[in-house]
Design a protein around this ligand. Structure first.
Ligand code: IPE
Ligand code: IPE
Ligand code: MG
Length: 235
């Protein structure tokens, strides 16, 4: 098997993954797009195992953006069904692996049964502490900021700080992602955590998301560990 190991120091504390390329993966094989999303879920399962192996403590999978409503109803419902299935089938696994499931995004627009399912799993897994697996669903970085500012306005604030915003973003229970991986070769952030990514290291492997595996994660982490993170200072 894969014997290489990752240095345990200097690991990202929170990895954001923009899982892109499911559609192209399917089209290349003459398959309907939803089979690409199905293969994408299998890649999520494998990636969770690899993240645990490499001792990463938190990951956010960008699964559905505020812009993805532009897709066909058939594709959207297909994605929702895959999520329902995934959450139902993997409950035992989450416990065996010590995975805590959370989600971010505006779930008011989501099917109620899926919202209930997510909430149920969040409660059940809240004491697991090996890896936080956070799903970004109907998530948009702009929406996140607007939502946070509206909360602050409701509290009666007329002046706000960076901390006020951070504390009111959907991600307030997570450190900012220090490493963001977008698969499929596209080099853009597509409204992922735009506020939280102010100092993230970005990585754009060519691999399509359904083909992403432990080896790709290993390469990504090695790449991260070589970066000189200066945060505006001088070393
Ligand atoms: C990413 O794969 C999954 C979602 C956005 C839900 P895509 O469906 O965007 O795949 P491509 O970009 O069309 O290949
Ligand atoms: C980004 O992928 C959103 C998710 C991975 C959920 P898209 O495929 O939707 O992004 P664009 O359209 O290429 O920017
Ligand atoms: Mg895409």
């Amino acid at each position: 098997m894969f014997k290489k190991y990752i240095l345990s120091e200097n690991l990202p504390k929170h990895i954001g993954i923009i899982m892109d390329g499911n559609g192209r993966w399917a089209t290349k094989r003459g398959l309907p797009r939803n089979l690409g999303h199905k293969a994408g879920i299998d890649a999520v399962v494998k990636t969770i195992d690899a993240l645990i192996k490499f001792k990463i403590k938190a990951v956010t999978f960008f699964a559905f953006s505020t812009e993805n409503w532009k897709r066909s109803e058939q594709e959207i419902n297909g994605i929702f069904n895959l999520l329902r299935d995934y959450l139902a089938k993997n409950q035992n696994d989450f416990f065996e692996k010590g995975v805590k499931i959370t989600s971010i995004g505006d779930l008011t627009e989501f099917p109620q049964d899926l919202v209930d399912q997510l909430e149920d799993i969040r409660k059940k897994t809240k004491n697991n502490d090996k890896l936080i697996v956070n799903f970004a669903l109907n998530y948009g970085g702009k929406d996140d900021i607007v939502h946070a500012v509206n909360k602050l306005l409701k509290e009666g604030k007329n002046q706000i700080t960076d901390k006020d915003i951070s504390d009111n973003l959907y991600t307030n229970f997570l450190p900012d992602p220090d490493f963001v991986i977008r698969t499929s070769g596209e080099q853009r952030v597509s409204n992922f955590m735009i506020y939280q990514m102010a100092y993230s290291e970005l990585y754009f492997p060519k691999v399509l998301w359904p083909d992403f595996n432990e080896k790709h994660l290993y390469e990504a982490l090695k790449n991260f560990q070589k970066r000189d993170r200066r945060f505006g200072g001088i070393k």
